[in-house]
Design a protein around this ligand. Structure first.
Ligand SMILES: [Zn+2]
Length: 433
C-alpha cells in the first residue's frame, strides 16, 4: 500500500491526512487573524518534536493518535517490558512480544503501520535523562499510572523555564485513567497551575496509618481497609482471605458499608471494595482511548494553532471525565497555588500540635494529600532537624525524632521538608495550636 502511494507522486502520501489538511490549509472560525494556513503549518507539525512518557495502556493510544494526527518526530520513554496481561488493551503488542521492552516494540509497530513517522524509543526511567534531553522537545505528553513519575517530570519542566527564553517553556499534557474515570489536563510550567498544585486531586492510595482506620475514617477506602485489616482478623481469622472469592469480598463490602454509614461517609461500593482489597487500579481500554484522544487533540492544537487549546493562562486547564454513573464531563480552571512547593514561592501555613513528636509530624507527611512524601527530611532556617541520608547525618539527627515540635522550633518558624524521590522542597510555616 505504502509503495503504491509513493509511486503516485508527492501528494499521494498525504491521502492519509486528507481530512486533517482541510483544517490545516484554510482559516477557520477559531483561528487568529494573522494565522497563515497551508504548507508551513503542515511542515511545522511534522517537524514538531514531541515526547511521550509511557508506552502502556494510555501510551499505545497516544502514540497511535499522534502518528495519525500528522506528528512525524515522536520520542517515547518507557522502562517496562511487555507482560501477557497487557495484551487485552495495549494493542501495539502481540503474544510474541512478551518480555520485550514496550517502548521499542510500540515504536516499531507504529512506524510500520504509519509510513513516514519516526518514533525514537528510550528504554529506561525518565530520571535517567537530564534537562539537555528534555530541552529538545516542543512539548511532553504523559500517559503514566504513577504519580511519582508525574511529579518528577512536572518539577523538572518547571525548573527548566528561563524567563528570557520562551523556547524553554515546554507544555505538559497529562492524561490519567482509573477504571471508568479519567482526566486530561494541560500545564504551561510556571504560568498555569502545575501537577503539584493539583496533587490533592489524587487522594493517596496507600500508607493510611492504622490509627486512622481504627478511630476516625475519613474516606470510603478507610472503611474498606478497616474491614479488610481489622474486622476480618477479629471475626474470621480462621479463614484465609481469598480476594478472588465473591463471598469474601461481599462480606468485607457489607462490613465496610455499615462502618461508612456510622461515620456518614458515602461512596463504598462492591467494586471499590474489590479494588482496594486487591490493590488494583482497574484499566479499561475505552477510557484510555477517550483520555488519550483528548490529550492528542490538545497536542495537535498547540502544535498548529488551528483552535485554542486547553490550558491557556486564565482559561480552563483540566478536563475530568467520569463514566462511573452514566457519563459526566467537566472542564474547569484549576488555579495555581502561591504556596505550591514547585511553582509557588510562599511557605504554606500549617497548624500543628506543639506536643507532636517530629517523628509523627514526618509520618503525617505521607498521608497529607498535598504532600504524599515517602522518606521526608526536614530542616528549619537555623538547623537540620532530621535527614534520611547520608547515614552519619541520619544517626546524628535521629534523637530529634522523639522530641516534640515545640522543643525544636519556635512558634511560626519555617521548615523545609524534602524527599529525594521528587526533587521538591515543601516550605511550611508551623503554627502551634
Ligand atoms: Zn504548582
Amino acid at each position: 500500500m505504502a509503495e503504491v502511494l509513493q509511486k503516485n507522486g508527492v501528494s499521494a502520501p498525504r491521502a492519509r491526512w486528507k481530512h486533517l489538511d482541510k483544517i490545516l490549509t484554510r482559516p477557520g472560525p477559531f483561528t487568529d487573524e494573522d494565522w497563515v494556513p497551508g504548507e508551513d503549518v503542515i511542515e511545522g507539525l511534522s517537524r514538531t518534536k514531541i515526547l511521550v512518557i509511557g508506552a502502556g495502556g494510555l501510551g499505545c493510544e497516544i502514540l497511535k493518535s499522534l502518528a495519525l494526527s500528522g506528528f512525524k518526530d515522536i520520542h517515547v520513554i518507557d522502562m517496562d517490558t511487555i507482560d501477557v496481561s497487557n495484551l487485552n488493551r495495549q494493542f501495539l503488542f502481540r503474544h510474541s512480544d512478551v518480555g520485550q521492552p514496550k517502548a521499542t516494540i510500540a515504536a516499531k509497530f507504529v512506524e510500520r503501520r504509519v509510513p513516514g513517522v519516526k518514533i525514537t524509543p528510550f528504554v529506561g526511567k525518565i530520571q535517567d535523562k537530564d534537562e539537555d534531553y528534555y530541552r529538545q522537545f516542543t512539548m511532553v505528553v504523559c500517559g503514566l499510572d504513577s504519580i511519582e513519575a508525574r511529579r518528577w517530570i512536572n518539577s523538572t519542566l518547571v525548573d527548566m523555564v528561563d524567563e528570557d527564553d520562551p523556547d524553554s517553556l515546554k507544555p505538559l499534557i497529562d492524561g490519567g485513567t482509573e477504571g471508568f474515570k479519567g482526566q486530561a489536563r494541560v500545564i504551561l510550567p510556571t504560568m498555569t497551575s502545575c501537577i503539584e498544585c493539583q496533587l490533592d486531586m489524587h487522594a493517596p492510595r496507600a500508607a493510611v496509618p492504622l490509627c486512622t482506620l481504627a478511630t476516625i475514617p475519613r474516606q470510603p477506602q478507610h472503611c474498606i481497609e478497616w474491614a479488610h485489616i481489622i474486622k476480618w482478623e477479629e471475626e474470621r481469622k480462621d479463614v484465609t482471605l481469598d480476594t478472588d472469592d465473591p463471598e469474601h469480598i461481599t462480606w468485607l463490602y457489607q462490613k465496610a458499608l455499615s462502618r461508612a454509614k456510622e461515620f456518614n461517609i458515602e461512596g463504598v461500593t462492591y467494586s471499590m471494595t474489590q479494588g482496594v482489597v486487591k490493590n488494583i487500579i482497574p484499566a479499561i481500554a475505552s477510557t484510555n482511548a477517550i483520555v488519550a484522544a483528548s490529550c492528542c487533540n490538545e497536542a495537535f492544537k498547540i502544535a498548529t494553532n488551528t483552535n485554542p487549546p486547553l490550558g491557556l493562562p486564565g482559561g480552563n486547564n483540566y478536563m475530568m471525565y467520569s463514566g462511573d454513573d452514566s457519563i459526566y464531563t467537566y472542564t474547569f480552571e484549576h488555579l495555581k497555588k502561591d504556596d505550591c512547593p514547585v511553582c509557588g514561592n510562599v511557605a504554606k501555613k500549617l497548624e500543628v500540635n506543639g506536643d507532636m513528636t517530629l517523628e509523627s509530624f514526618l509520618e503525617s507527611m505521607a498521608e497529607k494529600p498535598e504532600a504524599q512524601l515517602k522518606k521526608p527530611s526536614i530542616r528549619s532556617e537555623e538547623k537540620t532537624l532530621y535527614y534520611q541520608s547520608p547515614p552519619s547525618l541520619e544517626e546524628q539527627t535521629r534523637p530529634n525524632l522523639k522530641k516534640e515540635l515545640s522543643e525544636l522550633l519556635e512558634n511560626g518558624e519555617e521548615v523545609v521538608v524534602t524527599d529525594p524521590a521528587f526533587q521538591i522542597s515543601f516550605k511550611f510555616k508551623l503554627l502551634f495550636k
